[in-house]
Design a binder for this molecule. Sequence first.
Ligand SMILES: [Zn+2]
Ligand SMILES: [Zn+2]
Ligand SMILES: [Zn+2]
Length: 149
Amino acid sequence: MDRIEKAYKKLSEEGLKTTEPRRVLLEFLDKESNKHLSCDEIYERISKDYPHIGVATVYRNIQLFEDLNIVSKLTLDDGIGRYEFSNLDENTHQHHHLVCVKCNKLFEVKEDLLGNLEEEIEREHDFNIIDHDLKFYGYCKECMKQEKK
Ligand SMILES: [Zn+2]
Ligand SMILES: [Zn+2]
Ligand SMILES: [Zn+2]
């Protein structure tokens, strides 16, 4: 089952219908998840192909997806919520994020890299780790280049 199907399942478990805006939003988020877009940006892009889907509908449904843990919100210093698909796969852990403190861009680190640390924590604390949420703060390549000029 892919993550869109898992999202549909979550909606139906809540007795919610898969309306057109929900379907459009989920398909869009599935494709553009790694861009970490805000509600306004999602609305802007969706409305090009679906002009009848209003901004309030986008906000309402993104909020609903967040409540159902279908999407995750990332908030940076600028206070703007950015959205991506939640990690709905029990067998893998969430990717890490690199946050540039200058331009507020987000980058993904796909590799888990925490295997040894997780094992150690589980052993030391008698704790079963199922996932994590990790942000690294710093300067991106572009901002470092600018700094040198
Ligand atoms: Zn991990
Ligand atoms: Zn930057
Ligand atoms: Zn991400």
